[in-house]
Design a binder for this molecule. Sequence first.
Ligand SMILES: [Zn+2]
Length: 75
Amino acid sequence: MTGAPAISGGPVAPCSSGKRRYATRRAARAALIQVRARRRAAVRRAPRRASRRPMERALYACPACCGWHLTTSRP
Ligand SMILES: [Zn+2]
């Protein structure tokens, strides 16, 4: 009775990938735009430190949780 993702639209357990889960492509896209804007601001403040971390650049549908995640790798 564990491990089955709830697709009922209610609160959902985090994905086994450990990544933050978005219910819809739209939500993931909005989050991606927000994350990237925050990253650009951080890079402006501390270019050396911020540019060392990879930037989220894409979103993908996750077969494990039927949700969407952001990824730092190219699609
Ligand atoms: Zn997932």
